[in-house]
Design a protein around this ligand. Structure first.
Ligand code: SOE
Length: 393
C-alpha cells in the first residue's frame, strides 16, 4: 500500500471527445489502482459556459470556468489537463508549468516544432522544480502495446529490420461530411498526419526503442471544401449550406529510416473505407515478428522463429493475463479492455510518477521528437518527397 500524499486537484481544459476520455480516466483510475495521491475532478474549463456546465454534470466535475487563465491563477489547482485543440496547447502548458502546475497535454504536443520546442524547454525547467509534464499518447498504455515493447526489449524478435505502421479511419469518406476544427490547419496544425499519424509514430518509437531519423513522404487532400458545421464536437456533426476550405491533409504516407537500422512504411488516413479505428503495427525481426491491430486491442500476434519448424506460425495472445501490463487491476482472464482503459492507465502512471518525483513518460521531449517527425514529413511532402532528417526540425 503506497503512502498517501496530499490530494491532487485537477483542472480539465476542453470537454469534447478527449475531454470525455480524460474525464473517464480521472474517474476510474483511483477506483481500480491504488494511487498515492487522490485525484479530484475539481474544475472543467470551456469557453461556452452552458456546454461546459453540461459536461461538468455528465463527467462529474465540481466547478465550471470559461477562462483557463483563472484556473492557472488558483492556488488550489495542482494539475492542468489540456484537451483543447492544438493551437492552444503551447500557451496553456507553458503558463501552467510556470505557475507550478503539473501538466498532462493531449497529443500531438503542439501545432509546430517551434511551439513544441518551447514547451519541452518549459517542461525541462519545471522538472527541476519538481513540476512535471506528460504528453497524452494514451495508446502506449494499451496492454498489448506495452507488452509488445517488453517482448522487443527482451530480444524475442531479435533485430528489427522492418516496421509497418498504419492508422486507418474512414470518417471522411463521405465528401458531404461537415467541416470540423480537425480540418482547419490554424486550429489542428495538420490532419491525419498529426491526429492519427502521430500515434503511429509514437507507438513505433515506443515499441522499438528506436527513433525515426529521416523520412520521405507525401500528403494528400481529397476533398478541399466541406459544408460548415452547425454545432458539434467530436468527429462528426450537423452540416449547414455554406462551405469552408479544408486546409489539412486527408492522408499521409511516408517511408522512414530508424536509428537502430530498421526501415518503416507509415500510412495515416481518414479515407480507408471500412476501417474505423485500425492502428495496425507490424515488426519483422531476425528471430520473430509482432503484429497488432487496435480494432482487436486485446490481442497481440507473435511469431517465434525459434519454434520447431513444423509448428511455426503467428500465435494470437490474449493480453488479459495478470502477467500482462495493467491487466491485473481489471477483470478475470479473458475479460477484455476497451478504448477508455488506457486513459485510466495514463492517470495511474502520471500520479505515481508525480508522487515519486520522477519524470513521467512520454515527456514533452518525447512529444517534441514526434513533432520533429511530423515536421519532417511536411517538409518532405513540400519538397517532392525528398528525404528530410528529423534532427534539423
Ligand atoms: C486522441 O488520442 C486521438 O488521436 C484522437 O484525436 C483521434 O481523432 C482518434 O481517432 C484517436 O485518438
Amino acid at each position: 500500500m503506497a503512502t498517501r500524499q496530499p490530494d491532487l486537484n485537477i483542472a480539465l481544459i476542453g470537454y469534447g471527445f478527449m475531454g470525455a476520455a480524460h474525464s473517464q480516466g480521472w474517474r476510474v483510475a483511483p477506483r481500480f489502482f491504488d494511487l498515492p495521491r487522490q485525484p479530484h475532478r475539481s474544475v472543467i474549463v470551456g469557453r461556452d459556459a452552458e456546454r461546459a456546465a453540461a459536461a461538468a454534470d455528465k463527467y462529474g466535475w465540481i466547478e465550471v470556468e470559461t477562462d483557463w487563465r483563472r484556473v492557472i491563477e488558483r492556488d488550489d489547482i495542482d494539475l492542468v489537463d489540456i484537451c483543447s485543440p492544438g493551437n492552444s496547447h503551447a500557451e496553456i502548458a507553458i503558463a501552467a508549468l510556470a505557475a507550478g502546475k503539473h501538466v498532462l497535454c493531449e497529443k500531438p504536443l503542439a501545432n509546430s516544432v517551434e511551439e513544441a520546442e518551447l514547451m519541452a524547454r518549459a517542461a525541462e525547467e519545471a522538472a527541476s522544480r519538481g513540476v512535471f509534464a506528460m504528453v497524452g499518447f494514451s495508446y502506449r498504455r494499451v496492454p498489448a502495446i506495452s507488452f509488445a515493447r517488453e517482448l522487443v526489449a527482451q530480444g524475442r524478435i531479435g533485430e528489427i529490420r522492418q516496421v509497418r505502421a498504419q492508422y486507418l479511419q474512414d470518417w471522411l469518406v463521405d465528401a458531404r461530411g461537415p467541416m470540423t476544427w480537425r480540418l482547419d490547419k490554424t486550429l489542428a496544425g495538420s490532419g491525419s498526419l498529426g491526429d492519427i499519424g502521430a500515434h503511429a509514430v509514437d507507438s513505433v518509437q515506443f515499441i522499438t526503442g528506436q527513433s525515426i531519423e529521416s523520412v520521405s513522404g507525401i500528403l494528400h487532400t481529397f476533398v478541399t471544401e466541406r459544408p460548415l458545421l452547425g454545432e458539434s464536437i467530436g468527429l462528426g456533426g450537423t452540416a449547414s449550406d455554406e462551405f469552408g476550405p479544408v486546409t489539412v491533409d486527408d492522408a499521409a504516407l511516408f517511408t522512414a529510416k530508424l536509428s537502430g537500422g530498421a526501415i518503416g512504411a507509415f500510412e495515416a488516413t481518414r479515407y480507408a473505407t471500412g476501417r474505423k479505428n485500425a492502428l495496425r503495427l507490424e515488426f519483422s525481426g531476425t528471430e520473430g515478428a509482432i503484429a497488432f491491430d487496435l480494432e482487436r486491442m486485446n490481442e497481440l500476434e507473435f511469431y517465434d522463429r525459434r519454434d520447431p519448424a513444423g509448428e511455426q506460425g503467428f500465435r494470437r495472445i490474449l493480453v488479459t493475463e495478470p502477467e500482462h501490463p495493467y491487466a491485473s487491476a481489471w477483470w478475470p482472464t479473458g475479460h477484455g479492455l476497451g478504448y477508455d482503459h488506457p486513459f485510466a492507465h495514463q492517470v495511474r502512471d502520471l500520479v505515481v510518477d508525480i508522487a515519486e518525483q520522477r519524470q513521467p513518460r512520454p515527456s514533452f521531449a518525447d512529444g517534441l521528437q514526434v513533432q520533429r517527425v511530423l515536421g519532417a514529413v511536411e517538409q518532405s511532402a513540400a519538397e517532392g518527397s525528398a528525404w528530410v532528417g528529423t534532427e534539423g526540425h
